[in-house]
Design a protein around this ligand. Structure first.
Ligand SMILES: [Zn+2]
Length: 121
């Protein structure tokens, strides 16, 4: 089994919706983060000696660089962002036609990490 772990940062602005769960009220104001993204992919076999070109993963994440995330997601929490990126990477991996497991982690700061994955094996 091969395990790819790709880490990349991007900067972006967002504001969160005021929901009953939002206790840090200043998060509903426009602000920015240096997001840290971690993509973990496991496969049993390679295609062309690769899991996937790191450049494809970079391209996926960099679409969000210097963007206003509310234009991509209704409520761009780290949770929703990890699922959004999961789906984008999953699309690319599905096209490769190999079995894989995928996890996408998103950090808004050094103190928190949200990871999204699905059971797909
Ligand atoms: Zn924030």
């Amino acid at each position: 089994m091969y395990k790819l772990n790709y880490q990349i940062q991007f900067v972006a602005a967002h504001k969160l919706n005021e929901t009953p769960s939002l206790k840090t009220k200043e998060c509903k104001n426009l602000h920015g983060h240096t997001y840290q993204v971690e993509i973990i992919i496991q496969v049993d076999r390679l295609i062309d000696d690769m899991v996937i070109d790191f450049g494809e993963l970079k391209e996926t994440v960099k679409e969000l660089d210097h963007q206003f995330l509310n234009e991509f997601l209704d409520n761009p929490t780290a949770e929703n962002l990890s699922k959004y990126l999961y789906e984008k990477v999953k699309e690319k991996m599905d096209k490769r036609g190999m079995a894989f497991t995928l996890e996408v982690g998103v950090k808004e700061s050094d103190n928190n990490l949200i990871t999204y994955s699905e059971r797909n094996l």
